[in-house]
Design a protein around this ligand. Structure first.
Ligand code: GTP
Length: 420
């Protein structure tokens, strides 16, 4: 009896099954597992010295990740290249553990010549991709450590003008290797109007140079509220931020994280004052997983496939097939041999052509020689015949004609003959 006859759906048709079996508990299992394992996240901060990078990171994660910086003594020599430093911390919140790594890039844009400031940063990001690729290629790859950079906060000077060439160059070089999140540093130094215009200018520059920055995606968002929140986050990009790990008192007596000025207090956690809250929301609360997913599925995948292709691994239809190095060498040798044989043939042809030309020339001169020889022999034969004729005439006593080379009897003059 067929399945269909049995009342079941035929193979290939979707069935609606009713009754509780328990997989509704999967999200809880996932949640428990994730909480037990903890999370990890690596963020990079790039921007010139003094733009408030360390303050913002401390503010974002509400932790003094950066130790108090020592101001270098004036006689101390400043480093001449961009350094890469990383700080890690285990943060716990309501029983959830986060291993946070912040990659700092001191020295970026701080030199007289900043032409290649982006290079050590690209190298660092790529070396992290390489380390992950190397783990993936191991025989035992049960536990992969992910040290790839999941987000890069790029600090833009609050100049109010436009992006500088160094900003554009950096973003152009990095946008396909890391999730770029541009932020306007120390936005409390600008008015709301200036920030608004500056944001428009930055976005226009980014679009003009085809730079892809990270936009909080909404593809798997189902409820309208979250969708609206996401749209709100996207509208704030580039985030105009204010950082402060200090508590200050407001006029109405509240104690808040902020910056105190004679004219009032700028509150870091107040959405009316800056975009810090939205940045934190995207980075930590709503899109940390998306940042990691995009890093893995898009940025790393691109790097990985380009690297493998460069190493001689080719993609055959939908399946990657690895080329045997010995077979590749044999193939290369065969190609080389074929090239040599072709060259040899061409040389042979040229040689044969040259020989044929020489032979033709020799043959021609031989024929000329023969012709000359024939001519000379004919002339000699003619001369001999004449001499023989002369001899015969002399012997028979017949007179010689001048034409025949003889002389008239009694005449001294050459060419005269006596008529018969
Ligand atoms: P380097 O470590 O030299 O690269 O500097 P950085 O970019 O980490 O800057 P840091 O956080 O050390 O801040 C430099 C100075 O700017 C400090 O005096 C901070 O208090 C101040 N600062 C940080 N964030 C802000 C901000 O949002 N607004 C204002 N007005 N000042 C800030």
């Amino acid at each position: 009896m067929s399945l269909a006859a049995n009342g079941s759906a035929p193979a290939g048709r979707k069935q609606q099954m009713r009754g509780f079996v328990g997989f509704a508990n999967l999200p809880n299992q996932w949640h428990r597992r994730s909480v037990r394992k903890g999370f990890n996240f690596t963020a990079m901060v790039v921007g010139e010295s003094g733009l408030g990078k360390s303050t913002l990171v401390n503010t974002l994660f509400n932790h003094k990740l950066y130790p108090k910086k020592e101001v270098p003594a004036p006689h101390m020599e400043r480093p001449k290249t961009v350094a890469i430093e990383s700080i890690s911390a285990d943060i716990e919140e309501n029983g959830v553990r986060l291993k946070l790594t912040v990659v700092d890039t001191p020295g970026f844009a701080d030199f007289v010549n900043n032409d290649e400031s982006w290079k050590p940063i690209v190298d660092n990001i790529e070396s992290r991709f390489d380390a992950y690729l190397e783990q993936e290629n191991r025989v035992n790859r049960a536990k992969l450590t992910d040290n790839r950079v999941h987000a890069c906060l790029y600090f833009i000077q609050p100049s109010g003008h436009a992006l500088r060439p160094i900003d554009i160059e950096f973003m152009r070089r990095l946008h396909q290797k890391v999730n770029l999140i541009p932020v306007i540093a120390k936005s409390d130094t600008m008015t709301d109007e200036e920030i608004h215009l500056f944001k428009q200018r930055i976005l226009a520059d980014i679009a003009h140079h085809n730079i892809q920055i990270f936009y909080a995606p909404s593809y798997d968002v189902e409820d309208d509220e979250t969708l609206a929140e996401n749209e709100e986050i996207v509208r704030k990009i580039p985030f105009a931020v204010v950082g402060s790990d200090q508590q200050v008192d407001t006029i109405d007596g509240r104690r808040v994280r902020g910056r105190a000025y004679p004219w009032g207090v700028i509150e870091v956690d107040n959405e009316e004052h800056c975009d810090f809250v939205k940045l934190r929301q995207m980075l930590i609360r709503s899109h940390m997983e998306e940042l990691k997913e995009h890093t893995h599925n898009v940025l790393y995948e691109k790097y990985r496939s380009e690297k493998l292709v460069a190493m001689g691994v080719t993609q055959d239809h939908s399946v990657f097939k690895e080329v045997n190095p010995a077979a590749k060498m044999a193939e290369e040798r065969a190609l080389h041999d074929a090239k040599l044989a072709k060259m040899e043939n061409e040389m042979k042809l040229v040689f044969q052509q040259k020989v044929a030309e020489k032979e033709a020339k020799l043959k021609q001169s031989e024929e000329e020689l023969y012709a000359r020889h024939r001519e000379m022999r004919e002339a000699l034969d003619k001369q001999r015949l004449e001499l023989e004729d002369k001899k015969r005439r002399l012997e028979s006593g017949r007179p010689l004609t001048p034409e025949k080379g003889g002389y008239a009897q009694g005449s001294k003059k050459k060419g005269f003959s006596l008529r018969n």
